[in-house]
Design a protein around this ligand. Structure first.
Ligand SMILES: NC(=O)c1ccc[n+]([C@@H]2O[C@H](COP(=O)([O-])OP(=O)(O)OC[C@H]3O[C@@H](n4cnc5c(N)ncnc54)[C@H](OP(=O)(O)O)[C@@H]3O)[C@@H](O)[C@H]2O)c1
Length: 278
């Protein structure tokens, strides 16, 4: 089921977090049927077996192929801290559960201090390019990324992408610029704030002006920053509607919804997640 032709990262990726295993196979088959081709998985999401069953079934149809999909997964913090063997075992388990013989991108889920650099080197030495075409990172600040890059021997592949939260309420232009300048693709996750801010007045005004749903405003906000976006829905109508491209709006007017307080909350949550493993 493989073809090793390089596969660019699509602008819109389907997110797999918080999809219960018992629904995951059908949700992914529906996402494929409405046109999603890029998928963001992780061992932490606990649904890789069922997601893999959907990939296997879809790829088995004569018109479909693995090479038309872009599949990402991630190694979780518990495995990072246990060392190389656990990292490689996690990689193999994700590959096997997702019924893949290679990943388009395999990611370090969090930059756990004292462990993430060694885990990255281990993956770069053992799984690239045959079983992961490239490596990526997730939740890396510019400082985390600089620490990683400055420890990598020149012959090892650099991360091709970084995933972090982007929406009008958590907008960090300095981060986006930093990674884009280094040709590291930025993928913004949680574009819909998991529903928390969908009824925000400015988002509703933008939706009205664009004649679209608030979700379209939030998804296109991320795209307007020249970033890819990862969005999740279990509902077929919303899955399809979330793919709509909207151009007729000055999205930068939403930047001011990010407050210093929210950024500080986000920073503290990120630090706490990274540091609980020290
Ligand atoms: N790397 C990381 O650490 C990290 C962290 C967080 C997320 N991610 C990735 O990013 C993906 C997306 O983020 P997320 O799932 O946290 O949050 P999100 O995409 O911002 O929000 C998903 C929520 O929005 C609802 N929704 C979807 N479309 C909608 C629409 N058109 N109108 C109203 N509600 C809608 C969904 O409900 P329904 O399902 O009922 O439609 C779901 O409850 C994740 O699935 C994951 O793959 C990565």
């Amino acid at each position: 089921m493989s073809s090793k032709v390089p596969n660019p990262i699509p602008d819109i990726t389907f997110g797999l977090y918080l999809i219960p295993p018992e629904r995951a196979k059908q949700v992914v088959l529906t996402a494929l049927s409405v046109g999603y081709r890029s998928f963001d998985s992780a061992s932490f999401y606990g649904n890789e077996r069922e997601v893999g069953e959907a990939f296997e079934e879809w790829i088995a149809a004569p018109a479909n192929s693995r090479s038309s999909l872009h599949i990402m997964s991630k190694v979780w913090n518990d495995d990072l801290v246990q060392g190389d063997e656990a990292v490689l075992n996690s990689f193999e388990a994700s590959l096997s559960l997702l019924k893949c013989d290679y990943f388009d991108v395999f990611l370090i889920h969090w930059p756990v201090p004292g462990h993430h650099i060694q885990a990255y080197k281990c993956l770069a030495n053992h799984v690239v390019p045959g079983r992961a075409r490239s490596l990526g990172v997730s939740n890396y600040s510019p400082d985390d990324f600089t620490a990683l890059i400055s420890s990598l021997p020149p012959d090892l592949p650099k991360p091709v992408l970084n995933q972090f939260e982007i929406n009008p309420f958590v907008y960090r232009p300095a981060w986006i610029e930093f990674f884009q300048e280094k040709n590291v693709k930025v993928l913004g996750f949680k574009p819909l704030t998991r529903g928390k801010e969908m009824a925000n007045e400015q988002v509703l005004t933008a939706a009205d002006a664009c004649k679209c749903e608030p979700a379209n405003v939030l998804i296109n906000y991320v795209l307007s920053k020249n970033c890819g976006v990862i969005v999740k829905s279990e509902n077929a109508t919303r899955m399809e509607s979330n793919m709509k491209l909207v151009c007729a709006w000055e999205f930068a007017t939403l930047d001011s919804l990010t407050t210093a307080e929210e950024l500080e909350n986000r920073r503290l949550r990120e630090e706490a997640t990274k540091n609980q493993y020290i």
